[in-house]
Write a protein that binds this ligand. Structure first.
Ligand code: COA
Length: 182
């Protein structure tokens, strides 16, 4: 299927332990447990928004069809949505940015690597996207390591390019559809 085919029909991506899927209003109680947690926003570039502090607001308006993917990451065992992942700012159906965050409770269990790797493969195997990239605060060791494990290349360093309380340095990481993946 092409990227355009997913506008109204968001994908469901399954891994060993996780299901990456559209979030629904029945996920609200679980989202309330972790989405407002300020500690996951340390390197995010901004703190939790009003909707992230009150996840019910995410479902108030009917979602407009968009080519970007914003999906929940649910544990198969518990069914709980423990994180979310975006593919956004898609340019010419060819390249896009990617971002992921997970509940603090489940950091370090390999879920980040598992879901980023699956989403990356989905984009390259099932859509026209040829390049995915992201910006990562240089202090965000877990994110850098996760990206490298998924086959992303550290392409550059932007010095004092982002304001997170103070001016911060960040890396650009990118992967092409032709690159070796994890
Ligand atoms: C970035 C994030 C998604 C990583 O998810 P995760 O499930 O904890 O990561 P994984 O368990 O897959 O670990 C990936 C690697 O990072 C390492 N790592 C994880 N947390 C770490 C930490 N706090 N310090 C150093 N290394 C760490 C792991 O050991 C693993 O490397 P290894 O296999 O060589 O041991 C998660 O930390 C997060 O949600 N952070 C807050 C939001 C955020 O910053 N998102 C990224 C924005 S670019």
């Amino acid at each position: 299927m092409a990227l355009a085919d997913y506008i109204n029909n968001k994908p469901v991506i399954e891994t060993n332990r996780l299901i990456i899927r559209k979030m629904v209003s029945s996920d609200i109680p679980v989202l309330r447990e972790w989405m407002p947690d300020k500690s996951i926003y340390t390197y995010w570039g901004k703190g939790p928004s009003k909707a992230e502090r009150n996840p019910e607001l995410l479902f108030e308006k009917e979602e407009k069809p968009t080519k970007s993917f914003h999906l929940g990451i649910a544990e198969k065992n518990s069914g709980k949505v423990v994180g979310d992942i975006w593919v956004y700012l898609i340019e010419n159906d060819r390249m896009a940015q990617i971002a992921i965050r997970l509940s603090k409770d489940i950091h370090g269990k390999g879920y980040g690597t598992e879901s980023l790797s699956a989403m990356t493969s989905f984009c390259f195997d099932h859509t026209e996207l040829q390049r995915l990239w992201t910006e990562v605060d240089v202090r965000n060791i877990a994110s850098c390591r996760m990206l490298e494990k998924c086959g992303y290349t550290k392409e550059g360093l932007i010095r004092q390019g982002k304001m997170v309380n103070t001016w911060c340095d960040y890396y650009i990481y990118g992967i092409l559809s032709t690159d070796k993946r994890a």
